[in-house]
Design a protein around this ligand. Structure first.
Ligand SMILES: *Cc1c(COP(=O)(O)O)cnc(C)c1O
Length: 374
């Protein structure tokens, strides 16, 4: 058993209580042939508890199954709930790797701090991932387009209706095989600029990966759908002018074309979720000789930039879909327009392939981003 990682963190021991009734190979194969996203879960999960008296304890890998919670459990009333999302990939040599898991661990700790929850040590975050992926390694697809999606999360578990930070928390890790995000090939999405609802305001929880941010976003997502759009794009809460992000993904704007092309992503203001894909693409772009900056892009910049062709492509990025082109924009106040003639841009696909190649092992891992599990 490995006891240290590329990040130099030694791993927290986890007691293994394996299932005596895992899914049959036939059942597993049927699921893995067509997994979709977040629909099926592997045979096990990891759990750990935190209390004010004992800190973190009771770390164990157990069969996947329901939780039993008192109806007065804090999370169901006041919503102290945070999560993460990352993927495990099987490389051609059969090894299994995750992409920059220490970044997820650090963000999970920051989210916990913002929601006044207990921080999970990196050793336990990474240790839980190693334990679950090793145990359920048969669930990591070998198909290049597929992966095992990992979902670490934490909830407050104190029983009672008093409003205060909970005195106990539970950390859980579950895993779900994930199919190709674009089974029919990469296709640009249409977006609705949300002018009525905002995702995050200064001083709010925009930087935290918390369940509440998603709860608050769903009405705008429904509004986008009513306008025939696939996704919602968030505008800043104060000036209602600056582009922030798209649904659960960060955005990039491509200025210029060919050798002079450069990419710009909205700067982190405290209201945006600092995506690991976003951050990695700043580096991947530089590796490819493409200038990459953080900046401010307004709704007018976007519309006028597409009209004058100063903006040649726009794409969104995140763990689940890697990179998604944006083809169409609709809004109440600023009209509707096309990006890149509604087609997938060349640079969008180049960056997508470059990042995927690192993650799937088709390209060398120059920045030591891949973390080998087994
Ligand atoms: C998770 C998330 C992202 C993308 O983050 P990655 O680390 O790249 O997966 C972007 N925006 C929101 C709101 C998110 O929750």
């Amino acid at each position: 058993m490995t006891t240290s990682t590329e990040s130099g963190t030694s791993l927290w021991p986890i007691e293994i209580k394996a299932s005596t009734a895992p899914r049959s190979i036939t059942e597993r194969d049927a699921i893995m042939a067509n997994p979709g996203f977040g629909k099926y879960f592997t045979d096990h999960m990891v759990r750990a508890k935190w209390t004010t008296e004992d800190g973190w304890h009771g770390e164990e890998l157990v069969p996947y199954g329901p939780l039993m919670l008192d109806p007065a459990t804090n999370v169901m009333h006041y919503g102290q709930a945070i999560f993460e999302g990352l993927k495990a990939y099987r490389h051609a040599d059969g090894s299994i790797k995750t992409f920059r898991p220490i970044k997820n661990s650090e963000r999970f700790a920051r989210s916990a701090r913002r929601l006044a929850m207990a921080e999970l040590p990196d050793e336990l975050f990474l240790g839980s991932i190693e334990a679950l992926v090793r145990q359920d390694q048969a669930w990591v697809p070998s198909d290049q387009e597929k992966s095992l999606y990992l979902r670490p999360f934490m909830i407050s578990t104190e029983v009672g209706l008093g409003v205060r930070p909970s005195n106990s928390y539970e950390y859980l890790l579950i895993a779900s095989p994930a199919g190709a995000y674009f089974p029919q090939g990469v296709k640009p999405v249409s977006v609705w600029l949300s002018d009525e609802y905002v995702r995050a305001a200064p001083g709010g929880t925009g930087e935290a990966k918390c369940a509440g941010n998603y709860a608050a976003s769903l009405v705008a997502q429904a509004e986008a759908a009513q306008h025939g759009c696939d996704q919602v794009v968030w505008i800043d809460a104060v000036e209602r002018r600056w582009i922030e992000e798209m649904g659960g993904m960060n955005l990039y704007f491509v200025y210029g074309e060919g050798d002079s092309a450069r990419i710009v992503t909205p700067q982190l203001t405290g209201a945006l979720l600092p995506g690991i894909t976003r951050e990695s693409l700043l580096t991947v772009a530089e590796d490819l000789g493409i200038r990459a900056d953080e900046g401010r892009i307004s709704v007018e910049d976007w519309r006028d930039g597409c009209a004058s062709e100063a903006i040649s492509e726009v794409f969104a990025c995140g763990t689940a879909a890697v990179i998604t082109p944006v083809g169409q924009v609709k809004s109440r106040e600023s009209g509707a327009w096309e990006v890149a003639g509604g087609r997938t841009g060349v640079l969008t696909m180049k960056l997508r392939q470059a990042l995927l190649d690192i993650q799937t092992g088709a390209a060398p891992d120059r920045h030591n981003w891949m973390h080998t599990i087994c």
